[in-house]
Design a protein around this ligand. Structure first.
Ligand code: PLP
Ligand code: ZN
Length: 418
């Protein structure tokens, strides 16, 4: 693909690498890597009209993806719904609140956007094994795409801290699952070292090819909304997604498909909020959290590898970061489910809990057009959903008692309507 002038570049020292180099950090300075595309030539060949002739999906925008679309490993990812959350918006005081439901991806999270491109890159490179550390969704997604491509898959998970839905996916899709007595941050550090020493390709969000797939969320939002929103709000864990989506918006501007940029707004859980701390105190260097803890296991991360990219995205875009408590997350998860019919896992609800908090603080204005990204499906963590929802009502096979119960509930509805 060298005719497309695709390069890897260190965001820190600027060192460049050919696109077929198997590398996850800069060999000179250890900095994060980014993919450089030739936007001048891309610009010539694309338009919204051209995109719109193809199905809404990650691959609708293949000219902006740095891999060969003829080799693509796809489960039909992307093309997720953008809902206008009218009832929730009305309740919290926002007229233009939208929810991008990434739970509608093939394995139930946005990770599929990254894996379709990341695993296609693996096929291009001719590597036969892939690996990742994961709080759950990365492993579920990688296992599925590895299955589709016929690759061996190794996943390292923090033992006892992965939601059941996610674990069951990784297992059923045939990954070799290694449960580590430690947290995600430790798992990532181990798997990074193993991938550097063995012939296993690392597909955590440290991998810049994966982020290229995730940037399509930005393209889809503009495609669906018909404009760039004022603000994009999303949960932040290892910081890959916020970095990728910001790149997507900036690219659209670079190639003249849009002329504004949204404020990137990252939400973390109180017990795992190094980015929020850094933004609020305007620090130059991150202070990691050693023992991250939250019900939102997908963002239970204390040492986010992509922090330099994420902090840059937030600062460049005039965005912000906020933290929310587990109880605020749970309350929002229920509101979203009951007012909008959108079932999300706890980390995803953090995003909207953050919107509500920032509105109350006066940071978000009432008439802003806001897109909140809900990153994963509620079926990922059914145990948690059952624990927080109204309990099941159990009865003997006795129609009188059941009718009595139903009538008492109907009376509540009548009262509420009046
Ligand atoms: C991976 C994940 C996140 C965090 O995304 P990062 O790119 O690590 O910041 C948030 N929510 C869900 C559901 C996830 O699976
Ligand atoms: Zn470097």
């Amino acid at each position: 693909m060298s005719e497309r002038n695709i390069m890897l570049e260190c965001i820190n020292c600027g060192k460049k690498y050919p696109s077929d180099t198997v590398i996850y950090r800069c060999s000179s300075c250890g900095g994060l890597l980014d993919i450089i595309l030739d936007y001048d030539s891309i610009k010539e060949s694309i338009s919204w009209a051209k995109f719109k002739q193809r199905p809404l999906s990650v691959w609708r925008y293949y000219e902006l993806l740095p891999v060969n679309p003829k080799l693509k490993v796809s489960l039909l990812e992307g093309g997720t719904p953008l809902y206008h959350a009218k009832r929730l918006g009305e309740l919290i005081g926002l007229n233009n609140l939208y929810v991008k439901f990434e739970g509608a991806n093939p394995t139930g999270s946005f990770k599929d956007r990254g894996m379709t491109v990341g695993v296609t890159k693996v096929v291009e490179l001719g590597i036969k094994s892939v690996g990742c550390a994961s709080t759950g969704n990365t492993s579920a997604s990688l296992a599925a795409y590895a299955a589709k491509a016929g690759l061996a898959c190794f996943v390292l998970l923090p033992a006892g801290k992965v939601a059941m839905g996610k674990l069951s996916q990784a297992m059923l899709h045939g990954a070799h699952v290694i449960a580590l007595k430690g947290n995600f941050d430790q798992a990532l550090s181990i798997v990074e070292q193993i991938c550097n020493e063995e012939k296993i390709y690392l597909l955590n969000s440290l991998n810049p090819w994966r982020l290229e797939g995730q940037k399509t969320t930005a393209y889809e939002i503009v495609d669906q909304l018909g404009k760039v929103p004022d603000r994009v709000v999303l949960p932040v864990g290892n910081c890959g997604n916020i970095s990728a989506i910001w790149k997507g918006f900036k690219e659209l501007e670079t190639i003249y498909l849009t002329d504004t940029l949204p404020k990137m707004t990252g939400i973390q859980a109180k017990g795992a909020s190094p980015i929020v701390n850094m933004i609020k105190r305007n620090l130059k260097l991150i202070q990691f959290t050693d023992n991250p803890e939250t019900i939102a296991t997908a963002i239970r991360i204390g040492r986010p590898v992509n922090w330099p990219k994420a902090v840059k995205a937030i600062r460049e875009s005039n965005g912000t970061a906020e933290s929310v408590s587990d109880s605020e997350i749970i309350t929002m998860q229920k509101m979203l489910a009951k007012l909008e019919g959108i079932g999300v896992e706890p980390a995803s609800a953090a995003s909207l809990a953050g919107v509500q908090k920032l509105l109350e603080e006066g940071v978000i204005e009432r008439d802003e057009t806001i897109v909140s990204i809900t990153t994963g499906h509620m079926l990922k963590d059914p145990q948690e959903a059952i624990e927080i929802a109204e309990p099941v009502n159990e009865f003997e096979s006795d129609i009188i008692k059941i009718k009595y119960f139903i009538e008492s509930k109907l009376a509540e509805v009548v009262k509420a309507v009046r």
